[in-house]
Design a protein. Structure first.
Ligand code: ADP
Ligand code: ADP
Length: 229
């Protein structure tokens, strides 16, 4: 099925058109890699998909919730979408408290089985020994792994990733890529990832879209994307 359908989307800042997308769909179950030069409009598109901002014109259909034009969807819809940025802010509290924060603010009870599940995730991410450490003492790579764990504990339907691994060393990149592939990618989840690294998009994504000056100039399955004919 289709998670998002965009129709004639534009975004204008200061009278300048930043995005102009005639038609685009993101499919449930896929990893979609968004590539393109700096300033092309990738982050702006992600903010529209998170319903943090409205398009200047056009409409976005999200799941079965009809077309969203003019008004932003209610919070209960937005809760099923989460974003991880290049540098996500963490609370100045323990790693554990950071990771369970999305559950706390949603009033979700942390059952014993959920606790075990989170502990497994932290082990998988090599964070288990750090779970009682304060987040402001972490390295950049550790902090980004915490941000990824925090983003997935409440099992969002949509995960929006804005260059989640840039500035990380290869071992941290590898841990996060494996986590995305083996832990997050599921038939009922949609992952949209901005990356400046085309090789990373080819490793992870099912489809890749190239944005250039606000326009989606190419969308293709990864094995077809920018391959010589
Ligand atoms: P990318 O993520 O591809 O690097 P962005 O979406 O961040 O690109 O930015 C696209 C363009 O929109 C840039 O020219 C940027 O300066 C501009 N822009 C982004 N956000 C705003 C804003 N809030 N106000 C004005 N201009 C913005
Ligand atoms: P509260 O502040 O409501 O007592 P906590 O945030 O301390 O709740 O803990 C919520 C849940 O997470 C509890 O089930 C607790 O046992 C578990 N928990 C808290 N800290 C840790 C930790 N460092 N490692 C594993 N489980 C923890």
């Amino acid at each position: 099925s289709i998670t998002y359908r965009l129709e004639n989307i534009s975004k204008i800042y200061d009278e300048k058109q930043i995005l102009n997308i005639r038609e685009l769909e993101f499919k449930t179950g896929e990893i979609f890699g968004l590539v393109g030069p700096s300033g092309a409009g990738k982050s702006t598109l992600l903010r529209l998909l998170n319903f943090l901002e409205k398009p200047s014109s056009g409409r976005i259909k999200y799941n079965g919730n009809g077309y969203l034009d003019g008004t932003l969807p209610d919070l209960s819809q937005r809760r099923s979408i989460t974003t991880v940025l290049q540098r996500s802010a963490l609370l100045q509290q323990s790693v554990w408290k950071n990771v369970i924060f999305p559950l706390k603010i949603r009033g979700i009870k942390i059952t014993e089985s959920k606790t075990l599940e989170i502990e497994e995730l932290l082990k998988y991410l090599g964070l288990h020994e750090l779970k009682d450490q304060r987040a402001d003492k972490l390295s950049g790579g550790e902090a980004q792994r915490v941000a990824m764990a925090r983003a997935v504990v409440f099992e969002p339907d949509v995960l929006l990733l804005d260059e989640p691994t840039s500035n990380l060393d290869p071992s941290n990149i590898s841990i996060i890529e494996k986590m995305i592939e083996r832990y997050i990618k599921k038939p009922d989840k949609t992952i949209i990832m901005i990356t400046h690294n085309i090789m990373q998009a080819k490793r992870l994504a099912d489809r890749i879209g190239l944005i250039y000056e606000g326009e989606m100039i190419e969308v293709a399955k990864k094995d077809k994307f920018f391959n010589d004919p």
